[in-house]
Design a protein around this ligand. Structure first.
Ligand code: MF3
Ligand code: CO
Ligand code: CO
Length: 256
C-alpha cells in the first residue's frame, strides 16, 4: 500500500496512539524551564510513555537513535539527542518531538516551547512556523495534492522572509513509523499525489530564520542550520476524512 490509505478500524488505533503522543507534549510543558537538562525531559517522557501510558517510545533504538524523544534547541533543526550536558537557558527555543506506539500503531507529533521569555525574533519564527502547519492542515481534504500542501507552507514561510528546510520531510505513518508518501514542505500547486479519504501522514515543517541549508553533526543525528541561525518545527499526525481532516495528535490547547 503506497498511498497510506487506512480503514476506519486502523484509524481508530492511530487516534489512540496520537492522543497519547499529544498527552506527552502536554505533560512535559511545565518542566521546560531554565536549568533543566534535555536528558531529564527525555527521562520524564520515557517514564510517562512506558509506565503511565503502557506504550512504546518509538524513537528509542530506531535506526540506533539512543533516546526516547528528540530535543532540538535553537539552531538545531531536528533529531537533537537528549543529553545530560545540554542545560536549557533563558531565551532558548526547543522542539520536543514525541512518537509513541500503542497496540502496534504510531502517533508522531512535536511542538515548540520557550525557555523563559523569548526574544521577539524567536517568538516570531515559532509563530510563523506554527502558522505554516495550520495553513497546510486547513487545505487537507480529498482532492488536495501534495504540491498544494508544500506550496502553502513555502509561501507563508517565504512571505515572512524565512526559508523552508528541504532536507527533511513529513511522511506517511501507520503501523510503521515512516512510510510513503513523502510530504515535502515546499512545492507547486496542483502537482504530486492527490489526497484520498483514509490516508494518514504527518506534516512537520522545519522553517529557518536564515538560509535553508542543514548539516548533520558527528553524532550522526543532530541536524543544524549551516548558518547557525534559529530553526523551528511543529508536527501533527492526521487522517484525511470524507470532507476534510482529523488531527490525530491534537492537544487540548488547540481547536481544529
Ligand atoms: N519523530 C521524527 C519524525 O517526525 C523522527 C525521529 S527519528 C529519531 O519523523 F530516531 F530521531 F528519533
Ligand atoms: Co514525523
Ligand atoms: Co516527529
Amino acid at each position: 500500500m503506497t498511498n497510506a490509505v487506512k480503514t476506519p478500524e486502523q484509524i481508530a488505533k492511530m487516534r489512540t496512539a496520537g492522543r497519547l503522543a499529544a498527552e506527552v507534549l502536554e505533560m512535559i510543558g511545565e518542566y521546560v524551564v531554565p536549568g533543566v537538562t534535555t536528558e531529564e525531559l527525555d527521562r520524564r517522557c520515557h517514564d510517562h510513555i512506558v509506565n503511565v501510558q503502557q506504550a512504546i517510545p518509538a524513537c528509542l533504538g530506531y535506526r540506533g537513535f539512543p533516546k526516547s524523544i528528540c530535543t532540538s534547541v535553537n539552531e538545531v533543526i531536528c533529531h537533537g539527542i537528549p543529553s545530560e550536558s545540554k542545560v536549557l537557558k533563558k531565551g532558548d527555543i526547543i522542539n520536543i518531538d514525541v512518537t509513541v506506539i500503542k497496540d502496534g500503531w504510531y502517533g508522531d507529533t512535536s511542538k515548540m516551547y520557550f525557555v523563559g521569555k523569548p526574544v521577539p525574533h524567536a517568538e516570531r519564527l515559532v509563530k510563523v512556523t506554527q502558522e505554516c502547519l495550520y495553513k497546510a492542515i486547513e487545505i487537507v481534504r480529498p482532492g488536495t495534492t501534495l504540491g498544494d500542501i508544500g506550496h502553502v507552507i513555502q509561501q507563508h514561510a517565504e512571505k515572512n522572509y524565512y526559508s523552508v528546510v528541504k532536507d527533511f520531510c513529513g511522511h506517511g505513518i501507520g503501523d510503521v513509523f515512516h512510510e510513503d508518501p513523502q510530504i515535502l514542505h515546499y512545492g507547486k500547486p496542483g502537482t504530486g499525489q492527490v489526497l484520498e479519504e483514509g490516508m494518514t501522514f504527518t506534516i512537520e515543517p522545519m522553517i529557518n530564520a536564515g538560509k535553508p541549508g542543514s548539516r548533520v553533526l558527528r553524532d550522526g543525528w543532530t541536524a543544524v542550520t549551516v548558518d547557525r541561525r534559529l530553526s523551528a518545527q511543529w508536527e501533527h499526525t492526521m487522517a484525511v476524512t470524507s470532507d476534510g481532516v482529523e488531527i490525530l495528535t491534537a492537544r487540548k490547547e488547540e481547536s481544529f
